[in-house]
Design a protein around this ligand. Sequence first.
Ligand code: AMX
Length: 433
Amino acid sequence: MLGIKEKLKEKVEIQREEVTKLLKNYGDVKIGDITIAQVIGGMRGLKVLVTDISYLDPFEGIRYRGYTVDEVLEKLPKPKGAEMPYDEAQFYLLMTGDIPTEEEVREVIDIFKEKRKVPNYVYRVLDSMPREARPDVMLAVAVGTMQQESVFAKAYAENKITKQNAWEYMFEDVLNLLPKIPMIAAYIYRLKYKNNEQIPQNPDLDFGGNFAYMMGIDKPYDDFSRLYFILLSDHESGNVSAHTTHLVASAWADAYYSLAAGINGLSGPLHGGATQEALKWFQELLKKLNKIPTKQELEQFCWDTLNAGQVIPGYGHAVLRNKDPRFETQLKFGEQYLANDNLFKLVIVAYKIVPNILKHYTSIKNPWPNVDNISGTIHSHYGIPEDFFSVLFDISIAIGSLSNILWDRALEYPIGRPRSVTIDQLSKFVTNK
Ligand code: AMX
């Protein structure tokens, strides 16, 4: 068996040749045009980034290294007795493009276990932060604090880095950093919400299983953790957090700086915060009626939201034009384990009614529930407070973002530096037409 590093070495060589060929022979081939609406509109729809880690098909949904959500859940190896695959296996898939064998995933599990011990100074920093600090701020601080561990930064300072070998140092940083993220996240959870009564790690458990254990939440939360971290691990590289991580890394910042930036990038209510908004909307509805609403009552609540000039949170998508398989998969989990939860019942009722209203009375392009529609309901079922949701999302994006920046470095992608125009210049484009 080739170890993950040797396998990557082989793949990096092949992909480097491909990129060199494309640049040398076809560098001036046009793949699109830019409109004023796109320049002003957050570059929406512009294909200006390259990544092989995942691709968001507008109709099929996300594909991780070419595999659909269902294929990933079916093909990746699982811990004994578990229903969901190892997150370590998803990491292997995103990194190498291959579904790992049991033996291959075992290597990653062993490496992660060996490297997950968090330096004591990180706990001291977290302990000294105000208890009011948001948990995702604490996570970003913890990751930034560990930057001094960066093998890449040290090698750079010692002039050991070349364009050819840079990715190998990045790889070491990724392997050192990723397994620590769920450990730190669980520590922050217990520190903030459980009176700092910490639960030591369980050396027998995997990435997701150990996270659930350290959070102190019983089965099947271990399987939900594994599932959630896989589903949210990557969604192309254009979303704010993935894009931020990539951009910061493009200036040859190490994995610690880059991921800390990505965690900050996830914090906004329009991105990582949407899960909270969707949960709040369902909670308000339930509080108002104190029961599962009838069709008419739910329709009225939708109208109240729309007439107040607000969007209905948890519906719609900027790219996807069909049902989100990440919603559907969590729905199946909920049907199995949350059937008696009133909020979950509400998610199901709303699924049958809200898309019809949005389709007929708004200009929404995709009326179906998105991934954030349901995640918050499941998190809250397991007692997790709303302001911790973004930390759960952060653990997931660490898997995809770190895989992305490893490949950015391996394929020697240059520093990101798009140009800007002024409004005046845009106006002149129009008058010159
Ligand atoms: N409720 C009501 N109206 C909605 C709507 C919703 N959930 N989603 C879109 N619309 C409206 C838009 O406001 C827009 O109206 P306008 O033409 O009057 O300006 C129109 O439908 C067309 O919008 P769109 O092209 O379909 O969506 P978009 O690309 O502009 O925005 C998104 C996408 C997700 C921001 C939007 O659907 C939305 O605000 N949804 C609710 C918030 C949410 O669930 N966010 C999480 C998204 C998932 C994620 O990325 N994490």
